[in-house]
Design a protein around this ligand. Structure first.
Ligand code: HEC
Ligand code: HEC
Length: 309
């Protein structure tokens, strides 16, 4: 009997260890990785600059207090329902930033949420959207970041509430919820629509703010783009689908122009998080802003939240 109890306890301890290990095991990047970066290809920092702007990297990684938008030393608090994140220094500084990273490590971080030391990132870093970017485009962003000034200083640790403060488990979260791959063009649609989809669904990560989420922090697929509560808990993010509660009355031109100057058709200026997004989309070409508008107008209309004035 004593032997049986001892074996049961031993089995339970073993199972506990196995679970503990599994919860941090990055099965995602081991089994589902789709890195197929061609090492022979020369990266293009000019394309990287465009995607860096479309991705709004500065919105989260800017050095606090710096007016130079090329300073990405991190450290600005990002308030979420899970606690406060301090986005890290992603400048090319070799000690405090990502100056010693390889292109492959960077592409894996951006597209799979995996750090060079194999730990998983919190999806507050919007890699669930960035994973729709091609590995080549991600490598171009890395090449552009190398041209930015190196900034000294590490940022403070995230101040997250329990149990979110435990990084373990993110490996399992990814396995359960991270899906989809590179967005490939749909030959039945126009070039503008395809470019728009690539920007909006991928690097532009528009759905990350403009959708409601489940308790697990995952975007509710059937309500995607229909608006949702703001991440910092203040107010609602409006519906972007062509529903009467959304952008039904907006023309493609209205949307493209908002992405340039932040003005709605009623000449009201967007505020908060969207004002910051517009600082980035204003750096894109007219054709890219128009492409995003074409794609948004093609979405299925879903009832949601309109903009609160
Ligand atoms: C909504 C805010 C947000 C945006 C936008 C964002 N990031 Fe981040 N990023 C974060 C947070 C938060 C972390 C830390 C995640 C963690 O600790 O698990 C992070 C981590 C990173 C890391 C890992 C750095 C390290 O030292 O391990 C890299 C690289 C990175 N981001 C690059 C980018 C790039 C490039 C872009 C634009 C394409 C971008 N981020 C856009 C919030 C953001
Ligand atoms: C960081 C969160 C965030 C991201 C990312 C974001 N938005 Fe927004 N967006 C908002 C908020 C908040 C508002 C409401 C602003 C206001 O009411 O002043 C808004 C408003 C808008 C509006 C005006 C809608 C209306 O009814 O007035 C449009 C159009 C829009 N966003 C498009 C986009 C597109 C396209 C993207 C992707 C490139 C995007 N947004 C990414 C937060 C975000």
């Amino acid at each position: 009997m004593a032997r049986l109890i001892r074996s049961i306890i031993a089995a339970m301890v073993l199972a506990g260890f196995a679970l503990y290990w599994l919860s941090d095991f990055d099965a995602y990047s081991v089994f589902r990785s789709d890195q197929r970066l061609k090492s022979s290809r020369a990266p293009d920092p000019v394309n990287g600059k465009i995607l860096f702007a479309a991705g709004g990297c500065v919105s989260c990684h800017a050095s606090p207090g710096s007016t130079d938008r090329r300073h990405i030393g991190g450290g600005q608090p990002l308030k979420t329902p899970f606690g406060i994140f301090y986005p890290p220094n992603i400048s090319p500084d070799p000690i405090d930033g990502i100056g010693q990273w390889t292109s492959v490590q960077f592409v894996r971080a951006l597209r799979e949420g995996t750090a060079p030391d194999r730990h998983s990132y919190y999806p507050a870093f919007p890699y669930p959207s960035y994973r729709h970017l091609s590995p080549e485009d991600a490598a171009d962003i890395f090449a552009y970041i190398q041209t930015l000034p190196a900034i000294r200083g590490k940022v403070q640790d995230h101040a997250l509430d329990f149990p979110y403060s435990i990084r373990r488990g993110l490996g399992l979260w990814k396995l359960a919820f991270l899906n989809g791959g590179v967005i490939e063009p749909d030959p039945t649609r126009s070039e503008g629509w395809n470019r728009g989809r690539y920007l909006v669904e991928g690097i532009g990560h528009c759905a990350e703010c403009h959708s409601p989420r489940t308790i697990a922090g995952v975007i509710l697929a059937e309500k995607r783009f229909s608006g949702g509560p703001a991440i910092d808990g203040k107010g609602f993010v409006p519906n972007l689908t062509p529903d009467p509660t959304g952008l039904a009355d907006w023309s493609e031109g209205d949307i493209a122009s908002l992405l340039k100057d932040g003005l709605t058709p009623d000449a009201d200026s967007v505020g908060g998080a969207m004002a910051e997004v517009v600082r980035n989309t204003a750096e894109l070409s007219e054709a890219d802003r128009r492409a995003m508008a074409i794609y948004l107008k093609s979405l299925p209309p879903i009832e949601g939240h309109s903009r609160t004035k």
